[in-house]
Write a protein that binds this ligand. Structure first.
Ligand SMILES: Nc1ncnc2c1ncn2[C@@H]1O[C@H](COP(=O)(O)OP(=O)(O)OP(=O)(O)O)[C@@H](O)[C@H]1O
Length: 982
């Protein structure tokens, strides 16, 4: 006789998401079930149908298809169907036949699943509990979002990422010197914002030449998959907005800025964060607003978070620098004059900070500090420091606090972060090698005539169509432009001695020769780069890929990859100026500047291709110049006027503004050049001294607070060494069906098994999986090996699936215990805090899902403190599902009572959990609020909306934490057995 009757309600064990099923028909072979809520019908073999009969008991609340609910009191059976009897919402006694139950009734709660006989594997329950435990721990860790990325722990980057990513909708200029890791900082900030739910959608705009590099860095270092959008991709979306295609969209500035329709589409989307790399190209002045600036300005007005990246913020002049600060905060930066005036006081603030270190010191030091502070809290600290009687510990704390207050309240650090090599330390030396070459006759002819005939310059400019002074500095460009001259018949590279010089050096095996090394060559013009590559090929048989702005992205990446390849790669890469900006070539130590740029910041950008984090050698800068030529004069100006080849100095833009024109006029005249160099030197030294005393000092002090950086680094190291991670991963992989194999040397290989649950990141059934390591050092050394951390997408996915789903929320296990008689019942109940709040509040940092475990014996007495989770768990034995179901059915009422009992037991814990979370939240946010309020008095860079947002955030968090409730998350039934039972 069949167990099934039409009209009965059953649920699928394997597909609980189908909802409540109704038996449509059955015979001795098969049973057919309709799942009304999901409109699915299934037919199973009636002998082994993976179905569980749904039967409610007294106290359960059930819903009728008509919409009313009933609290079950009793039930009866009529023709094989259950009829429930109980009170409805109005307290009236009613009957509800099971056929009339709502199809949509949810069975995902642990209680419902257990009482309807759906039990999961015992090890799933274990994993669920451990997941809750670890998630709770990790979510509150101060390094959350910074520990996963595959990066070296470099203090200034960690400080910036930590400081910026904790702000509400951060808007900052990341302006570290070239090659110190702005891309990494932006990646860290983005990663943390995403992980903490503070951002979900970001638009990243980078120069075309850097799209691929960003794509690869974000994936390789941050495991972030971005959608790279270009015109072709966009067209594939037809009329739909292509910017909606992904959460993280990467696009080329060159493409977007030239395309008003696409800009409008980008503006129509909701973004949380906008990142703009190489932002010095966004040019602005009273007369000219370039289309790129205008586009970013419109986007920046609508997007809450904004990161602008540039190593040379003043390259396009102070006005443009100011205009970019204005993009970050238009209210604060509204007048260039005011901005200039504020800078004038930086020296006094920096001097006061130095004076703090000397306190109690002399009267002068005290006065210097007192002159820049007026708020009571700072004055009180000054009093403590000035008072020689205070204890050492008290003075040291007061000193730190007062220094921080001054930096915070008077400095510029809130919107701009700039680290310099001098400050960070540990960077290689830069060595200049000048090759003086004879001026070839084709160039000499023109220069001689220019020296003789003052009017010829104008003629030359008209004839070549070039600008002044470019026409004098880039002689091969000038030569090409004079193509109609009957004497200019051969290609310039045939006679230009720089080409032969380079060929000789490439073949030179002596010390300092290039024969065994890679060489990056940068020339100003794209045509020069192309001609040079041709010359190297024709005259020397060298294959030198060329990298310039006219190439497609694929061609550029191919060229860069051909150069980077250690084994097979080519020895030389020839780049044009703009084509190589932002690129990573630190594996190479020889830079040939085939000519020199006209702007000092461009010179710095060139050197920055090699002088980057990861460079392990001294940097050899080679500059071939023609004796007595304008190019040589330019070199002298750079070298003697501002030491431009030895280290970055950050005042190039000011110098260029002051002397650019005078230099152009002096390029043909030694005497005036000497004067220009002398004046340049004087300005250089005075500006540098001034900056070092004022602006640079404040920027440096603000750019990295070492104690904070160290705290973050320590927290990351602790997570790196967390012994619980490998144990947890092992258990999770086993349950999710991923095979893991030790490869030796600290490497693991993860491979999908045929039983793997689908949809795990990086793992597809039938494919080979990936290799990974827990060691940061090993992951950094090998690009093909992933870094396993609590933040790895695979771990996040597995943990998320467990916590968001039903996996392991019920179980039944047997316990063999000599002192407990067989047949006794225990219930292990895991409650979890629920606290609905918008993701952007990142409530988890104060109140992550928190587990409360309750263990009750069958009389309802608590064993929680006597028997630990681990102690119990290792003594449990699994049991077949069918037997588990029978056991549950037979103890149904008793179990319901135990769950109710457990609920009130757990409820007692809630108030202390809520109070602790409130305390944590208030301590942190009130501290931050007080600091910001004090800051706002002095530093207009603290935006009003930032303050208001923090106040709103505090009250929203307060309310959310207050509303925290406990819900039964998982339940395990434990039945004691005698020796012979199994
Ligand atoms: N913490 C780090 N760990 C490992 N590599 C790093 C780290 N920081 C930076 N790098 C590497 O150093 C190089 C320079 O970093 P990045 O490109 O972020 O510098 P940048 O300041 O943006 O440079 P630019 O001024 O040229 O745009 C890159 O190759 C980057 O991968």
């Amino acid at each position: 006789m069949s167990d099934y009757s039409p009209g009965q309600r059953w649920i699928s064990d394997g597909e609980a998401e189908l909802g409540l099923g109704t038996i449509l028909g059955c015979d001795f072979r098969s049973v057919t079930v309709l799942f009304g809520a999901s409109q699915e019908t299934r037919t199973y073999s009636s002998r082994q149908a993976p179905l569980t009969r749904v039967a409610f008991g007294s106290g359960d609340r059930i819903q009728a298809a008509e919409g009313w609910s009933l609290t079950v009191d009793d039930s009866k059976e009529v023709d094989g169907l259950i009829v429930y009897i109980g009170e409805d919402d109005r307290g009236e006694l009613r009957e509800l036949p099971e056929a009339q139950l709502a199809d949509t009734m949810q069975f995902d709660q642990a209680r419902d699943r257990l009482l309807t006989g759906q039990v999961d594997r015992n090890d799933w329950f274990d994993l669920r509990f451990r997941t809750l435990h670890h998630f709770h721990r990790i979510e509150q860790n101060p390094a959350l979002g910074l520990a996963g990325p595959r990066i070296d722990l470099i203090p200034h980057q960690l400080y910036i990422a930590d400081e910026v990513a904790r702000r509400h909708a951060p808007r900052v200029l990341l302006a570290d010197e070239v090659g110190l890791g702005k891309t990494i900082e932006a990646g860290l900030i983005l990663h943390r914002l995403l992980l903490t739910g503070r951002a979900e959608r970001a638009l990243i705009l980078v120069p075309a030449s850097l799209t691929h590099q960003w794509l690869v860095e974000l994936l390789r270092r941050f495991a972030l998959e971005v959608t790279l959008l270009d015109e072709q991709q966009s067209q594939a979306h037809g009329e739909a907005n292509p910017f909606e295609a992904g959460q993280l969209v990467l696009a080329s500035q060159d493409w977007l800025f030239a395309n008003p329709r696409r800009q409008a589409q980008a503006e129509a989307c909701d973004w949380d964060l906008l990142i703009v790399d190489e932002a010095h190209h966004l040019e602005w002045s009273d007369e000219l607003v370039d289309p790129g600036y205008a586009c970013v300005e419109r986007l920046a007005a609508a997007v809450p978070g904004l990161l602008l990246l540039t190593a040379t913020p003043e390259q396009m002049g102070l006005e443009s620098h100011f205009a970019r600060l204005r993009l970050l905060d238009p209210d604060r930066y509204h007048s260039v004059e005011r901005f200039r005036e504020e800078e004038a006081h930086y020296v006094e603030v920096a001097e006061a900070i130095d004076a703090i270190e000397r306190l109690p010191g002399g009267a002068g030091d005290r006065e210097r500090v007192a002159a820049v502070i007026d708020e009571p809290d700072s004055l009180a600290l000054l009093e403590t420091l000035a008072n020689g009687e205070a204890g050492a510990a008290q003075r040291s704390a007061a000193r730190d606090q007062l220094r921080d207050q001054l930096l915070d309240r008077h400095g510029t650090g809130r919107v701009m972060f700039r680290n310099s090599r001098r400050h960070v330390g540990g960077f290689p030396e830069r060595r200049l090698h000048v090759a003086r070459l004879a001026l070839p006759s084709s160039y000499r002819r023109v220069l001689r005539r220019l020296e003789r005939d003052e009017d010829y310059l104008d003629e030359l400019l008209i004839e070549t169509g070039l600008d002044h002074p470019e026409v004098l500095v880039y002689l091969d460009t000038m030569y090409r432009a004079l193509a109609d001259d009957p004497l200019n018949t051969e290609p310039w590279w045939q006679f230009d001695p720089r080409v032969t010089w380079l060929l000789e050096r490439l073949a030179d095996t002596a010390a300092g020769g290039f024969a065994d090394d890679k060489v990056l060559v940068i020339a100003h013009d794209r045509e020069t780069a192309q001609g040079l590559a041709e010359g190297l090929r024709v005259l020397g048989g060298y294959h030198a890929p060329v990298f310039h702005e006219g190439l497609s992205l694929v061609e550029r990446d191919r060229a860069a990859a051909a150069f980077a390849d250690e084994e097979e790669g080519c020895q030389v890469l020839v780049c044009s100026e703009i084509g190589s900006e932002g690129r990573n070539f630190q594996f190479c130590r020889h830079l040939v500047m085939f000519d020199l740029p006209l702007h000092p910041d461009q010179l710095e950008q060139r050197i920055g291709r090699l002088d980057r984090i990861g460079q392990r050698h001294a940097i050899e800068l080679h500059v071939p110049v023609f004796e007595g030529s304008p190019g040589e004069k330019l070199l002298r100006w750079y070298r003697d006027g501002m030491d431009a080849f030895s280290s970055p100095h950050g005042v190039g833009s000011e110098i260029f503004t002051a002397f650019g024109d005078a230099l152009a006029d002096a390029l043909l005249d030694d005497e005036s050049l000497a004067e220009v160099i002398e004046e340049t030197r004087a300005l250089f030294e005075s500006r540098l001294a001034e900056r070092d005393a004022g602006r640079n000092r404040l920027l440096e002090l603000n750019a990295c607070r070492h104690e904070r950086a160290e705290t973050v680094a320590t927290a990351i190291r602790e997570l790196d060494e967390d012994r619980a991670l490998p144990r947890y991963l092992d258990q999770a992989l086993d349950i999710f069906g991923v095979d893991s194999q030790e490869l030796g040397g600290g490497l693991l290989h993860l491979q999908p098994s045929p039983q793997m649950l689908d949809g795990l990141p990086g793992l597809v059934k039938g494919e080979e999986g990936f290799s990974a390591t827990f060691s940061r050092r090993r992951a950094l050394a090998r690009d093909d090996v992933q870094h396993l951390s609590w933040e790895h997408p695979l771990l996040r996915e597995m943990m998320g699936r467990i916590l968001d789903g039903t996996m392991g929320n019920t179980a039944l296990a047997l316990l063999k215990h000599p002192s407990i008689p067989a047949g006794r019942l225990m219930a292990e109940l895991v409650f979890r805090t629920h606290c609905p709040a918008p993701r952007r509040l990142h409530l988890n940092r104060f109140l992550p899902p928190t587990a409360v475990r309750v263990l009750l014996d069958e009389s309802g007495a608590s064993l929680t403190d006597k028997v630990s989770f681990t102690g119990l768990s290792k003594n449990l034995q699994k049991v077949k599902k069918a037997m588990a179901r029978d056991l549950i059915r037979s103890r149904h009422d008793q179990l319901r009572e135990l769950i109710d009992r457990g609920e009130s037991e757990a409820e007692r814990e809630l108030s202390s959990i809520v109070e602790a979370a409130q305390r944590r939240m208030r301590t942190e946010l009130d501290g931050e609020l007080n600091r910001l309020e004090a800051l706002a008095l002095h530093n207009p860079a603290v935006r009003d909306d930032e303050l208001q947002a923090l106040r709103d955030e505090r009250s929203a968090l307060d309310a959310a934490i207050d509303g925290a409730r406990l819900r039964l998350d998982a339940v395990r039934v434990i039945v004691t057995v005698g020796e012979e039972t199994r």
